[in-house]
Design a protein around this ligand. Structure first.
Ligand code: KG4
Ligand code: ZN
Length: 346
């Protein structure tokens, strides 16, 4: 079994080839970050046009890098949503034509489902076996949710953010202090050596929704503080402490919600045995360490994704497609359509 994965939901054109055990034979990513950087964020029209130019070469190179030919493929998986509709359409139409022409099935994949299973991928070797039940915390530029997964097939969203996503807040605060897009890695770099306890930010709590994330208050407080400290000038000595404290506040809220989830599920007879971390923000070293520590203290295994599988990539899409194929989905290429909004498990 060889499955080609295609991802074009945002600003990365990616194609990957996996075998039937989930081993990643190739995973190529053409990033558009440099094209969007002058605008401080992703411009949808530019993204679509870039995908159109990159898709065929990226597929061709990925298939060659896997050491196979197009004719050897047994299935295709493509991100069908959620994401930028124009960007998704390019990947979906390309995948449909390819699968139809090769007379092989096409599996539509929810981008978030790709992230959810990505911590089980390895750069070398077959995918790691999943336990009967696990939790995945997905933190990316567009999403912040904890999911409860049973038997690879029942996916339940336990919480979400009431406003901004984690990555989005990293990007916006970074932009305010003059850092280039994407801001997450920049803030992490600047935070090194900074004092995470120097500035305190309030932890939002909602009595009626104790699980919900909310990052817009933190964003406003951080921007207000950055203005007071004149961080936008770029020369301030407070930059490292500010970034470390801001990163700490994000981690505090994430761990607070994780703990609340854990208190409800840990007593159940079929309690989850692993906590997986996914999405672009999962590349953050400080956060990874804190999640790992939290898991060790609760005797739960943590699954931290390899860096290559944190940000958007087609390997995770191919893997989620593989799991769909194993669940007996039809895979008729003509029935796949792109959707900008899409619920997990639908
Ligand atoms: O998963 P992803 O590539 O795209 C979406 O589906 O959104 O996530 C991109 C997000 C950006 O907001 C970026 O700033 C953030 O992930 N990010 C990080 C780090 N690396 C990427 N945030 C914090 N620390 C990092 N090291
Ligand atoms: Zn993503």
């Amino acid at each position: 079994m060889l499955i080609l994965g295609i991802e074009t939901s945002c600003d990365e054109t990616s194609a990957a080839v996996l075998d039937g055990d989930g081993a990643v034979l190739s995973n190529l990513i053409a990033s558009q970050i440099a094209r969007h950087q002058p605008f401080g964020g992703v411009v949808p029209e530019i993204a679509s046009r870039e995908h159109l130019e990159q898709l065929t070469p990226v597929i061709t190179q990925s298939v060659a890098a896997a050491g196979v030919a197009l004719g050897d493929l047994n299935a295709v998986a493509v991100t069908s949503g959620p994401g930028l509709i124009g960007a998704l359409l390019v990947g979906v139409a390309g995948a449909q034509g390819l699968a139809y022409g090769l007379n092989i099935p096409l599996y539509p994949v929810n981008h978030l489902e790709g992230h959810i299973f990505s911590p089980f991928l390895r750069r070398d070797g077959s995918a790691i076996d999943r336990p009967a039940r696990f939790l995945t915390l997905v933190i990316s530029g567009g999403h912040s949710s904890i999911y409860d997964i049973r038997h690879d097939s029942e996916l339940t969203m336990l919480n979400r953010t009431r406003d901004d996503a984690v990555g989005e807040v990293f990007d916006k605060v970074a932009k305010f202090i003059g850092m280039p897009y994407p801001g997450g890695p920049e803030i992490e770099r600047t935070a090194r050596g900074g004092d995470p306890l120097r500035f305190r930010f309030a932890l939002p709590q909602f009595k009626e929704e104790p699980l919900s994330f909310s990052f817009s208050g933190l964003k406003s407080s951080a921007i207000r503080l950055a203005r007071e400290l004149k961080l936008a000038d770029g020369s301030s000595d407070d930059r490292a402490d500010f970034c470390a404290s801001f990163q700490q506040a994000i981690g505090n809220q994430i761990l607070d919600r994780l703990e609340t989830v854990w208190l409800t599920v840990s007593g159940q007879t079929d309690a989850p045995t692993e906590l997986a971390l996914a999405g672009g923000v999962a590349a953050n070293e400080t956060l990874r360490k804190r999640i790992e520590e939290w898991s060790v203290n609760r005797s739960i295994t943590s699954r931290l994704p390899e860096r290559a599988f944190c940000t958007d990539n087609a390997a995770m899409i191919a893997f989620a497609g593989l799991l769909r194929a194993q669940r007996g989905f039809s895979g008729d290429p003509r029935r796949v359509s792109a959707r900008s909004r899409m619920a997990v498990g639908a």
